[in-house]
Design a protein around this ligand. Structure first.
Ligand SMILES: [Zn+2]
Ligand SMILES: [Zn+2]
Length: 306
């Protein structure tokens, strides 16, 4: 069951030759979710092979570099005869800001768009995962988003099932889902005999724009992937603090504290090059499993237990 993250835009504040502004596509089981939608996101989607079939966009806040792409993207989807609804989730101000973005221009939206305002702590249930909004520390009302997969069933042991004389078929499914079964000879087989412990699903955490925050460290505890903004290097520490952003070193410290499996730095200031070696070096000194995001980069998020 692949879970993939495609970085559509990895730059801060304004687009540059190397980086477009913020947007990330999460693809799971063929379903795509967008996180933020900076100017030009639709073209990045075309370039990097992310389809327009998604149904949900999750916004972290309403600074221009995170939202200006939504108007054009939805218009294009209308031109493509889209009929399926789209839902836009965002923190306080969603109705006003996103409503205005949808109303811009003179065309009518041709398919239903719903705007849902959320607050930190909200947990949006999906069939196999939740989208959890958490508090970030930026200048505006800002939240981050975590995709938290539901636990998976434990591993079923087919060899042992056969050895115990449990016939292959519906009984295997029943016992795998946790039901005790009675065999024809009257023996009762408990799930614990054939099924291992429940396995944790995967977690991907996206901070949006934030200063280093204890809330991020908490939600990211043990996460498979932490996508943390790192607008600046430590040389710009004062500027990061003043503008509500993080340095690469601060992001790495959060990753280490939360013991995440992997850290990706994004929302990189245009002052750094495409490889941003100074950001990578200062982060890597504190947390080894780190890379700097680039536009078009796709990462697989494997299960911790293979
Ligand atoms: Zn930003
Ligand atoms: Zn911002």
């Amino acid at each position: 069951m692949p879970l993939q993250v495609t970085f559509l835009g990895t730059g801060a504040a304004c687009p540059s030759v190397d980086r477009n502004v913020a947007s990330i596509a999460l693809t799971r089981e063929g379903e795509t979710l967008l996180l933020d939608c900076g100017e030009g996101t639709q073209r990045q989607m075309m370039r990097y092979g992310v389809g327009f079939t998604f149904r949900e966009i999750y916004f972290t806040h309403y600074h221009a570099d995170h939202i200006l792409g939504v108007t054009g993207l939805l218009r294009t989807m209308g031109l493509q005869d889209r009929t399926a609804p789209v839902t836009l989730y965002g923190p306080r101000g969603a109705e006003r800001v996103l409503g205005a973005a949808l109303a811009l221009g003179i065309e009518r939206n041709r398919f239903p768009v719903e705007i849902v305002e959320v607050k930190a702590g909200d947990r949006l249930r999906h069939e196999q995962f939740d989208m959890v909004a958490f508090e970030a520390d930026h200048r505006a009302d800002t939240i981050g988003w975590a995709l938290v997969e539901h636990d998976r069933l434990g591993r079923f042991d087919p060899e042992r099932a056969r050895a115990l004389g449990v016939p292959e078929g519906p009984l295997w499914g029943k016992i795998h889902k946790g039901e005790a079964i009675t065999l024809e000879d009257g023996r009762i087989v408990a799930p614990a005999e054939l099924v291992g412990p429940t396995r944790r699903g995967r977690t991907v955490v996206y901070t949006g724009d934030t200063r280093p925050s204890a809330h991020v460290a908490t939600i990211a505890r043990g996460a498979d992937l932490l996508i943390h903004e790192a607008t600046f290097s430590s040389e710009e520490l004062a500027r990061a603090e003043e503008t509500g952003h993080s340095t690469a070193a601060q992001a790495a410290r959060i990753a280490a504290e939360a013991e995440v499996r992997r850290l990706v730095l994004t929302h990189i200031s245009p002052r750094y090059t495409r490889d941003a070696p100074e950001l990578l070096a200062e982060a890597r000194a504190l947390f080894s499993e780190v890379i700097v995001a680039k536009d078009g980069m796709t990462l697989d998020v494997p299960f911790a237990d293979g």
